[in-house]
Design a protein around this ligand. Structure first.
Ligand SMILES: C[S@@+](CC[C@H](N)C(=O)[O-])C[C@H]1O[C@@H](n2cnc3c(N)ncnc32)[C@H](O)[C@@H]1O
Length: 249
């Protein structure tokens, strides 16, 4: 069960819909007959329940409820196949990195950006990196409030990278790269920050320990490093349990 809950949210959402659909197939096989709209409603209700069971949040619940009605509404509408292809490519560009890396796209709150600001050492010419920078919120904010230092972001999903790149374009002390955090050498940074998932934390911590010199700082948003006690834990606004875990190297 915990294995299922560790799947990326989009896969858990699909699984919930698939399980709900399988349950409806069983009901049909048992001889139940309802009007089409009742089946759609049943699919939606079951999918929402299963989504809660799979630990998906309320926003996913709303999407899960809406999806069967959307499919029903579009059923039989002659939509050209290139529209589906375009939709698929769009989704792959935004969420593709997350599917491959098992790290979904969600964002640190502005409160977290401000608390990160307090965690930057109080001297000029710092180098900060956001490993998996999403839409670039933390990098852009920090670059604005600390014009004396350089802020970098690396992002694996092309569309997400493009948004972050455009957002940081006017800032001369911010730079966003399209690529993998695993190919980012951490030796040159004073502070490395990541908001990923539990999955990459052991390997990321090993990488930080290997590459970052003593006196530097590694900050994980919300996700623990197994068997390591952070030097500081700073609660931040956002989803339940959101916090910054600060490790001094
Ligand atoms: C939870 S979001 C965090 C966004 C931002 N750092 C923040 O704190 O608001 C994680 C991001 O990491 C990206 N990501 C996941 N694995 C990655 C990897 N191996 N290399 C680069 N980016 C990655 C995902 O595409 C996603 O945009």
């Amino acid at each position: 069960m915990s294995l299922l809950r560790r799947l990326p949210p989009v896969l858990r959402a699909l699984l919930a819909q698939a399980l709900a659909f399988a349950a409806l197939v069983v009901l049909v096989r048992l001889g139940l007959r309802f009007p089409a709209l009742v089946w759609v409603l049943l699919q939606a209700v079951l999918a929402v329940f299963l989504s809660r069971w799979l630990d998906l949040g309320p926003r996913w619940g709303v999407m899960q409820a809406a999806l069967p009605f959307l499919v029903r509404a579009l059923w039989g509408v002659p939509i050209p196949s290139w529209v589906y292809l375009l939709l698929f490519l769009g989704l792959a560009l935004v969420f593709g990195g997350g599917l491959l890396t098992r790290v979904p796209l969600y964002h640190a709150s502005e409160d977290a950006w401000e608390k990160l600001e307090d965690l930057l050492p109080d001297r000029p010419d710092l180098r900060f990196v956001d490993l998996g920078c999403g839409f670039g919120g933390p990098v852009a904010h920090l670059a604005r409030v600390r014009p004396d230092s350089m802020f970098f972001g690396v992002e694996a999903s092309p569309f997400t990278w493009l948004v972050a790149w455009l957002r940081c374009l006017p800032l001369r002390n911010a730079s966003i790269r399209l690529g993998s955090l695993w190919r980012t050498e951490l030796a040159g940074f004073d502070v490395a920050y990541a908001f990923l998932s539990p999955v990459p934390m052991p390997a990321l911590w090993a990488k930080a320990r290997r590459e970052m010199p003593p006196g530097t700082r590694f900050i994980s948003h919300s996700f623990e490093v197994p068997n390591e006690t952070p030097h500081r834990v700073i609660p931040v606004k956002g989803r339940e349990g959101a916090r910054l875990l600060v490790f001094e190297l």
